[in-house]
Design a protein around this ligand. Sequence first.
Ligand code: GLU
Length: 304
Amino acid sequence: MPQPPARYRGRFAPSPTGPLHFGSLVAAAASYVDARAAGGEWLVRMEDLDRPREQPGAARSILAALAALGLEPDGEVLFQSRREGAYRQALARLAAAGATYPCGCTRKELADSALAAPDGSLVYPGTCRDGLAPGKLARAVRVRVGDAVVAFDDAVQGRIVSDLARDVGDFVVLRADGLFAYQLAVVVDDAEQGITDVVRGADLLDSTPRQIFLQRLLGLPTPRYAHVPVALNARGEKLSKQTLAAPVDLTRPATALVAALAFLGQGPPAGLARAEPRTVLDWAVAHWSRAAIPHARALAAPEL
Ligand code: GLU
């Protein structure tokens, strides 16, 4: 007998590289409201795997910001820094299936040898695919993409098709610095948390085919995806720690939420900014329209 569809479960998965800014608020609000509008659950996962990029105190500050905005997760926050064992197991399964190989290429060799993908990014040319050249030491572990073509229907961005060999090449699952790659960790954790719907920024759209590919290799379910536009600053750069995005002003949480909902095409009444954050979120859940989200990969952030 066919199983009833699993209950909707969404998530917000920030990296603690700095305080919550408008761009991350958009992803948090979109994933939260989409989950609640579907009668589902919403989880938070702290992606604190990349210790060198972490800013001390950022994880705590992001969680405090979510609380001040009324974005309360269902259940405990999952910290990736405590999940090494699960990633190690997944990597071992990929290796046992013959899907991975050690790569000894240095950064410089990669830059010199890489091919250009259609979007201008670099594609690994497969230098170490058939074994390490004599004298080369294993640095990273890559997964073979073979001739895989991954297609999926994104709820906002439409049909996405990626020929992995052309678009990324064999990609890293264990980094040269010994850290598990984001692509592997996210797939293991989305499955562990039972995520049915991933709503996140369109800067990650190009990662999704790699994630679906890994889900298939590992026998894990593929969630539905919705990639919302990324917020750009006045110089056309993605808001991020690197581009010095301002933290969300938590003295006016409702104003920030209303701005995020406007950015997402939801047309919130301006007066809502004077309400409590809870009221803003209730309005958003009651009026949520996926169809109203602009079908763009990036949009200018409002002046706040
Ligand atoms: N941690 C990633 C980021 O902050 C997001 C990962 C995801 O949503 O899949 O960019």
